[in-house]
Design a protein around this ligand. Structure first.
Ligand SMILES: [Cu+2]
Length: 299
C-alpha cells in the first residue's frame, strides 16, 4: 500500500487535500456506517499527509483542531444530504402528483399559515444547530491559553524561515528540494532541506508573519491555515498528536513560485525534540538571524 502510494505521490503530487486510506470497500463502508466513521487510516505514518489512490475526504487528523474540523464537517455533511434528499423528494412528489394528466384541475390555494411558519422556523433552527459548534470551533482554533513553546514562522518569496525563541533562538530557512536532487522517499514539490521539528503532545504557539507579501501557512493534517501578513503578527496554535512527517503548502497566491514553497513538519517525541534542539543550535549557529521588526514586540 505504501509502495503504491509512493508511486502515486509522484504522479499526483499537486493534489493537496487528499487523504484517507482510499480503498474502495472502505469508502462504501463509510457511506453505510456514517460520516462519523470516515476511514482515516494511515495516520501518523510518514506518508499520512500525502495522496493515495482512491482517496476522498480530509487527511487523517493529527491535532485536536483537525479532529474537531472533521467532526464539524461530518455534521454539515449529513445536514446537506438530508436537505438535498428532502427537496428532491418534494420535487418528485409534485412532478408526479400534480402534473397536467393526474391533476387536470389545479387547486387555487394561495396561503397556508402552518406551512409558512414551519418553513421559516425550521431553517432558523438548522442555522442555530450549525452556528453553535461553528463558533465553538472558531474560538478553539484561535489560540491556546497554555502555550508550552513558541514557533515563529516567517514567509518569504518563496521559502519559509522558522525561529524557536524558547530554545536558544534556533533559526533557519527552509527551501524546497528541486526534483533532480530528491532522495528516495522524498515527495516532489513537498520535501524541504530544513524541516520544522516539533514535539508531540505539546501546545505549540505559532506566531506567523511575512517579510514581503501575504502568504499562507497551511498544514492540512493539523487543520492549520493562517495568512502571514507583512507588518502584522498572527497567532494560532497546534498540538500534534502523532509522530510522523507532515506536509503543507503556501496557500495564498504569492507570486511566480507560490507552488514551490512547501512546509515539512516532523513530529517527534519530547526527548527526541530536546536532542534535536541541541543539534540544531550547533547546526544553525552560523545562519544569519532573521528578525523582522514585527516580532520584537511579541517576544
Ligand atoms: Cu507564498
Amino acid at each position: 500500500m505504501l509502495k503504491r502510494a509512493g508511486l502515486v505521490v509522484r504522479e499526483k503530487q499537486g493534489l493537496f487535500f487528499q487523504i484517507s486510506d482510499g480503498v474502495m470497500f472502505k469508502r462504501f463502508a463509510w457511506l453505510s456506517a456514517g460520516a462519523a466513521a470516515l476511514p482515516l487510516a494511515g495516520a501518523g505514518s510518514a506518508l499520512a499527509a500525502q495522496p493515495r489512490p482512491w482517496q476522498m475526504s480530509f487527511q487523517p487528523a493529527a491535532s485536536p483542531v483537525m479532529e474537531q474540523i472533521q467532526s464539524f464537517h461530518n455534521l454539515l455533511f449529513w445536514i446537506i444530504v438530508s436537505i438535498t434528499l428532502f427537496v428532491l423528494a418534494l420535487l418528485c412528489y409534485c412532478a408526479i402528483k400534480f402534473n397536467e394528466k393526474s391533476n387536470p384541475t389545479p387547486s387555487k390555494t394561495a396561503h397556508n399559515t402552518t406551512l409558512e411558519v414551519l418553513w421559516t422556523a425550521i431553517p432558523i433552527l438548522i442555522l442555530v444547530v450549525i452556528a453553535v459548534p461553528s463558533f465553538r470551533l472558531l474560538y478553539f482554533m484561535d489560540r491556546t491559553d497554555k502555550p508550552e513553546m513558541t514557533l515563529k514562522v516567517i514567509s518569504h518569496q518563496w521559502y519559509w524561515s522558522y525561529q524557536y525563541p524558547d530554545h536558544g533562538n534556533i533559526n533557519f530557512t527552509s527551501n524546497m528540494i528541486q526534483a533532480e536532487d530528491l532522495k528516495a522517499g522524498q515527495p516532489r514539490l513537498l520535501a524541504v532541506d530544513n524541516e520544522v521539528v516539533l514535539p508531540v503532545d505539546t501546545n505549540v504557539r505559532l506566531l506567523v508573519t511575512s517579510e514581503d507579501v501575504i502568504h499562507n501557512f497551511a498544514v492540512p493534517a493539523f487543520g492549520l491555515k493562517i495568512d502571514t501578513v507583512p507588518g502584522r503578527t498572527n497567532e494560532t496554535w497546534v498540538k500534534i498528536t502523532k509522530e510522523g512527517t507532515y506536509y503543507g503548502q503556501c496557500s495564498e497566491l504569492c507570486g511566480i513560485n507560490h507552488g514551490f514553497m512547501p512546509i515539512q513538519v516532523r513530529a517527534v517525541s519530547k526527548q527526541a525534540f530536546a536532542q534535536w534542539t541541541e543539534e540544531a543550535k550547533k547546526k544553525f549557529a552560523a545562519s544569519p538571524a532573521l528578525q523582522p521588526a514585527q516580532f520584537a514586540a511579541a517576544r
